[in-house]
Design a protein around this ligand. Structure first.
Ligand code: PCA
Length: 190
């Protein structure tokens, strides 16, 4: 049987950080997990452009699933996101110097989309590895939410399923190998 393709994305550093653990963890993953062949993509922290690049790649590789990963610095668990909302409201400028406020991601788009991959099952699979994980009900209003909402919007009514996972900052508990193990468990649960 032909292997299905999973597009998995991480982000470049932003906000003055030297590294972004989301990409570091994605980059460490093997080229195949379970039923999926992995296509990895590094995305710029830019409103609109990150999503456009992810969508373009997902179409090019005929992705059966798209799993985006980003950093949520304040969190103390790996958090699969339940929902993306139609709002751009940036506390800091993105890496292109753009700082939208109170703007929709997609004018006239619905208020929100739910993730279409099994985020609860993914969360439980990460917890089963002994790694702190929890469902999150907000991906924020910055570039990560922009990406999640845009990709869900583009692949609504299609067979391509989509989700987003926020990872915490690197620490003793959340080392890169731990974050990669968490992502592996999440992909195995898809
Ligand atoms: N985290 C930001 C954008 C890029 C990233 O890794 C966010 O949560 O929106």
């Amino acid at each position: 049987m032909e292997q299905k393709t999973l597009l998995i994305t991480g982000f470049m550093p932003f906000g003055g950080d030297a590294v972004n653990p989301s990409w570091e963890a994605v980059n460490k993953l093997p080229d195949a997990i379970g039923a999926y062949r992995l296509e990895k993509l590094l995305l710029p922290v830019e409103f609109g452009r990150a999503a456009a690049l992810a969508i373009e790649k997902a179409k090019a590789v005929h992705a059966a699933a798209v799993l985006c990963v980003g950093l949520a610095a304040g969190r103390n668990a790996v958090t699969p996101e339940v929902v993306g909302i139609n709002l751009r409201d940036a506390r800091i400028a993105d890496n292109a110097g753009v700082q939208p406020q109170d703007e929709p991601v997609v004018p006239d788009g619905p208020a929100a989309y739910f993730s279409t991959l099994p985020v609860r099952k993914m969360t439980e699979a990460i917890q089963a590895c002994g790694i702190p994980a929890a469902l999150s009900y907000t991906a924020g209003t910055y570039v990560c939410n922009d990406l999640l909402y845009s990709v869900l919007h583009r692949f609504r009514d299609s067979e391509t399923r989509v989700a987003f996972i926020h990872v915490p900052s690197l620490s003793e508990t959340f080392s890169l190998p731990v974050l990669s193990r968490a992502l592996t468990a999440a992909v195995e649960a898809i």
